[in-house]
Design a protein. Structure first.
Length: 330
């Protein structure tokens, strides 16, 4: 019996030699400073607009603007529902006298990841995972790989384990780079800042009965746990497509189309209830922590986790079923 350790080690070496992980890190190192600068400019603009650094003024103006828009016939009903929820959340933070977006490195990291989980991080994972198997066809090493005296399921399992390792690394690297880069501008404090957790959105009503304050470091751990899980599901689905499609470019195109369509559907499918069973509509798990209105009525955190779990398990089953029967001669 061949141990899995040398197989996983070999896959990790191949992944590093491809330098795709380096590309991901370079993209993160380029994108995060841009968002940091944009956030700094937004803060400066708000100071000029409101004439003060008091966050309460901005929140009160947000409540006024959103409330006014609710009487407009030109605003779609879906947007009105979202704004009703936002008004209640803003008023809650005002009542508790807690700034939900106090500028610091930890808050920036929290908000960046919240907005990146739906598309940006999945795209980074896809870059790494897209050629795990299809790349073997491109380089012509698939025959050598599958004719070795090693059970095929072990070969694919080693690829899966190495993919989980690198996906975890991408999530951790995103967190560290966000904090280190944004901290230069906003400071490195904020770990013990209170963040409210436990909002439950029911229709256009927000249930505050389960809301309680937690330290931001704990909230960040919870958020990154959900981000990691969503990234793992994207990784195993990309691996499945890499098994099914021999062309790396075609596999990347399929996943890119699915992820982008998920971003579009999230903003458009409030009346198409069956869409809530699509994996890409359920990727934005972090919205449930902050009390944001879900894209489709009836969705909540347990539901989205269950949907992603089913898609992930199905992808693993299909991957192993096809890979173990793969014909390498044609």
């Amino acid at each position: 019996m061949v141990s899995l350790y040398p197989l996983v080690k070999n896959e990790c070496i191949k992944m590093i030699k491809k330098k795709r992980l380096l590309v991901v890190l370079l993209i993160l190192a380029a994108i995060i400073p841009m968002f940091t600068y944009a956030q700094m400019k937004v803060a400066e603009s708000n100071r000029k607009q409101f004439g003060t650094t008091d966050w309460r003024v901005e929140q009160r103006q947000k409540i006024v603007d959103y409330t006014r828009s609710l009487s407009s016939g030109r605003v779609p009903e879906e947007w009105k529902q979202w704004r009703r929820v936002e008004v209640k959340l803003a008023q809650y933070y005002l009542d508790k006298d807690v700034n939900p977006a106090e500028p610091n490195g930890v808050t920036f990291t929290r908000e960046f990841v919240k907005n990146a989980v739906n598309l940006f991080i999945p795209l980074m994972v896809m870059v790494v995972a897209a050629d795990m198997v299809s790349g073997e066809h491109t380089t012509g090493t698939i025959k050598l790989l599958l004719t070795r005296p090693v059970q095929r399921w072990k070969i694919l399992l080693s690829k899966l384990l190495s993919l989980i390792l690198f996906t975890s690394f991408i999530v951790i690297a995103t967190a560290m780079l966000c904090y280190l880069i944004s901290g230069v501008v906003f400071g490195y404090g904020g770990w013990d800042m209170p963040v409210f957790f436990g909002f439950q959105v029911k229709g256009t009503e927000v249930d505050f009965s389960f809301v309680r304050p937690i330290d931001q470091w704990l909230y960040l751990i919870m958020e990154f746990g959900l981000v990691w899980y969503a990234a793992i599901v994207v990784a195993v689905m990309t691996l499945m497509i890499s098994v099914l499609v021999r062309s790396t470019a075609a596999g990347m195109g399929i996943m890119l189309a699915l992820l982008i369509s998920g971003t579009i559907l999230t903003n458009m499918v409030s009346s198409w209830e069956a869409a809530k069973y699509l994996f890409m509509v359920n990727l934005n798990l972090t919205t449930y922590l902050s009390g944001t209105l879900p894209p489709i009525k009836g969705m909540d955190l347990p539901f989205s986790l269950a949907v992603l779990t089913v898609w992930g398990i199905a992808s693993v089953i299909v991957s192993f079923a096809v890979f173990t029967k793969k014909d390498v001669l044609n």
